[in-house]
Write a protein that binds this ligand. Structure first.
Ligand code: FAD
Length: 531
């Protein structure tokens, strides 16, 4: 099979119904190849990405998988630079030879896909999750948003599906390989929209994610796996640098192979692993705020004269600048048409993040605006010093917000002028627990606030209109990724504790839903192959 890559101007895409009607594919493909191709020869649309690099001439980058006779395929691939051999995307299943039931800790993307691969291999994994199932979690999060009463066991960070369940579910697949394609097809068969198989800017939406994680859990159980909710792993037994047992929900379970996929917010797990002899190191991450602009404003900036075309969807942006100070400031986890989420997991901390439903039809666009920090900012060589910095800043944000998980929010103009906001203008903050108009310098260190100001100036140069007086900044955003890496060897086993496989974002080997799921699979395959 071959893959045909083409770039089409927006006007042509409009004629082709934005590639939503497969019956129009033969005409595009025949036009690009200059030869007639039938619908049967077109296997599928493999990529669709809106390119906004030139806002006066938006275009789509699309690709199709074709199945023609071998001679023609070779001829076309030799003749055209935009034709290449299609990547083989078939995922090769493992077969378990284990003489024990592996344990998985955490049901975020890393844990869930590790358990799925182990279950498909016939290993009958046992998964422990400290939070509740997704339905219980939805009620706990709703109760928190309405009352400020946080359940520290079950919240936006903890519970079935992990941190990403209440999110935009952006996937950013990049170049597809068999593991990524396996994950995407599992998401689709579990209820995610089919378009994630080909959209370069795919997103599942929190409304779909809740169904998706539940169905994957059911599949794991149908294949002989076990899933225990409200069952926190509180201890492990290590003998001769080898894990021999796990204590979960107050009960001890013998263990030989354990995948720890507990995420970046399970601080108790970082301390436990360190105390039990695992080697850890501090890792750089980002600290900042969540910035909100009117979505229509961002559409006008990114889509120019095409901003009125609803088929384009809510626009997104990605910005990064490297300041003279040596720090980088970047936009992160953009949620077009979304809301700002109260993503705390500690009773006395305020943490922001973002989410969108699949429709992305909210009035505001939001994205984190983060300043890079590293061990030079942590004030000690302790590998967990970054965790302490996060905790201090989240507590500061909690106090400055006035309690009940209210957050401080500031108009962009006031931040730039170093003045306290007394209210909000055109842009209304969407942070779920409510905002207290104020000053970010009461929440964040000076080096962060000054870096944000410098970055906003740079961003407004490259993306005129990014600076908007009434845009709102809500803080603090401290959990963009893990501040710690649990060191592991080539076969993914923890340095210092064999039989333990630190996986996913919390372990410092992933950032985002898709890469966490990939790392979960990597660890499951390593565990199976070790036998
Ligand atoms: C609000 C929000 C929005 C996001 N939006 C996106 C997005 O749009 N796209 C994207 O790619 N990424 C997004 N992310 C990031 C993404 O969610 C994470 O990168 C991803 O979930 C990491 O997966 P993980 O499996 O490594 O860890 P997690 O998803 O954090 O899962 C860890 C799991 O382990 C459980 N656990 C922890 N400690 C224990 C214990 N001791 N015993 C038992 N269980 C335990 C936790 O309850 C949790 O369920 C978002 C994150 C948040 C918070």
């Amino acid at each position: 099979m071959i893959e045909l890559l083409c770039t089409l101007p927006i006007e042509r895409a409009e004629e082709l119904k934005y590639f939503t009607d497969p019956s129009l594919f033969p005409s595009i493909v025949s036009e690009v190849l200059g030869r007639s191709v039938t619908a049967e020869e077109i296997i599928r649309l493999s990529r669709k990405l809106l390119d906004t690099s030139d806002r006066n001439a938006l275009k789509y980058r699309v690709s199709f998988i074709l199945s023609l006779d071998a001679k023609t395929e070779t001829y076309l691939a030799r003749k055209y630079s935009f034709v290449r051999e299609a990547a083989g995307l078939e995922y090769r299943m493992e077969k378990s030879r284990l003489d024990y039931r592996p344990i998985v800790v955490g049901s975020g993307p890393a844990g869930l896909f590790a358990a799925l691969i182990l279950a498909e291999a016939g290993a009958r994994p046992i998964l422990f999750e400290r939070g509740g199932d997704v339905d219980a979690r939805k009620s706990a999060v709703k109760h928190f948003m309405n009352t400020g009463e946080l359940d520290s066991r079950c919240n936006v960070q903890f519970g079935e599906g992990g941190a990403g369940t209440f999110s935009d579910g952006k996937l950013k697949p990049g170049r597809i390989d068999p593991v990524k394609y396996k994950i995407l097809t599992e998401f689709v068969s579990a209820g995610a929209p089919e378009e994630i198989l080909y959209r370069g800017d795919a997103h599942i939406g929190t409304d779909n994610l809740c169904t998706v994680v539940k169905n994957i859990r059911k599949k794991i159980i149908s294949l002989g796996g076990e899933v225990h909710f409200n069952c926190r792993v509180t201890d492990i037994t290590v003998e001769d640098h080898r894990i021999t047992a796990v204590t979960a929900g107050g009960k001890e379970y013998p263990a030989k192979g354990v995948i720890f996929a507990t995420g970046h917010s399970a601080r108790d797990v970082f301390y436990l692993l360190r105390d039990k002899g695992a080697a850890l190191e501090a890792k750089s991450f980002g600290i900042g705020v969540r910035a909100e602009h009117p979505q229509e404003h961002i559409n006008r900036i990114m889509y120019g004269r095409y901003a009125d075309r609803r088929e384009l969807g809510a626009a997104s942006y990605h910005l990064v600048t490297h300041l003279k100070s040596g720090r980088s400031v970047y936009s992160f986890c953009m949620c077009p048409g979304g809301t700002v989420v109260a993503a705390a997991s500690d009773a006395d901390g305020v943490v922001t993040n973002g989410m969108s439903t699949f429709a992305r039809d909210g009035a505001n666009a939001n994205a984190a605006l983060l300043v890079s920090v590293d061990s030079r900012d942590f004030g000690s060589d302790d590998p967990l010093a970054g965790v302490e910095l996060q905790k201090n800043l989240e507590r500061r944000a909690f106090l400055a917000g006035g309690g009940e998980h209210r957050a401080v929010a500031q108009r962009m103009e006031d931040l730039m002028n170093g003045t306290h906001s007394s209210g909000f203008g055109e842009v209304k903050p969407t942070y779920g627990r409510g905002c207290t108009p104020g000053d970010m310098s009461a929440v964040l260190p000076e080096y962060i606030v000054s870096s944000l100001k410098d970055a906003i100036r740079d961003f407004d140069e490259w993306m005129p209109g990014y600076y908007l007086p009434d845009a709102v900044l809500t803080g603090s955003e401290t959990r963009s990724t893990s501040p710690v890496r649990v060191l592991r060897g080539e076969e993914c086993e923890a340095v210092g504790i064999s039989g333990l496989y630190p996986a996913g974002e919390g372990a410092g080997y992933a950032g985002g839903i898709l890469s966490a799921a990939c790392d979960g699979i990597r660890c499951a395959v390593a565990l199976l192959r070790k036998g």
